[in-house]
Write a new protein. Sequence first.
Length: 322
Amino acid sequence: MIRQFKDYLLITLKGIAMGAADVVPGVSGGTIAFISGIYEELIESIDNLNLGVLKVWKKEGFKTAWTSINGSFLLALFSGIAVSILSLAKLIKWLLHNEPILLWSFFFGLVLASILYIGKQIKSWSPNIIMAIIMTSILSYFITLAEPFATPDSPLYLLFCGFIAIIAMILPGVSGAFILLILGAYETAINTINDLRDGLFTGNMTLFKDALINFLLLAVGAIVGLKVFSKVLNWMFKHHKNLTLAILTGFMIGSLNKIWPWKKVLKTRINSEGIEVTALDESILPSSYDGDPNILFAIVFIVIGFATILILESLGNKKAKA
């Protein structure tokens, strides 16, 4: 596939969207990758990353090795993801604290439309496909009910969190950020990103060094998890595509509970900044919400999120026909 600069710019923009989704607990960057038409290419490209690339580099040169791993695609995509996470971490954190209903409404509409989009990709329906959707919906739903537990201050634990979270981040419907929340490492991850950027820009090397250590631990775990799980996903897409799509659809259906805009707080905790934050909540009707439910604006943002997927799907179809 021969791509022009504008194509890689579009891939970077898709990466920015993936990064934004990955910062929010309840939303999967894998969902964005799927609806934007790059999911299978991403999984296959990651799967191609292995030590054999070094042999190709030695025998045939860097250009051939770079092409064999679809390097330009991966560089453009992960650059967008990195830029998004570094730049949006503070904004997302602010929105979660100050405008949670509108933020969750947008993502609820986005995921709702994504379920319809992915479900339409299933070409052959059978009792096994239907059962896969039901079972994974139930599993995903119960994952959203899990209560976060405190993270041990351990390098090995951060490696483990990175490993598990990246698996969820590339799986549509399963939020890596939410998995980090359940594991008790979400706040550590967000603070690491903010401290890394702040330490670099302010010249505070102590802050930067401490953040860099945590970042590298999460990154190493993520790289290992990405490599291991991409191979499984790549095989599943090639040999059991309908079943894989059914599983992904089910995970997304179950995840709707987590991103339902109206919540009742069941338990709170004090974070590292001394601020009281939610530790456990449950979905409720807008009429039972303690405060202004912002129903009209919530509906508007749900529609905007839903329409965003329709627009991306339309653009993808036009590009496929071109």
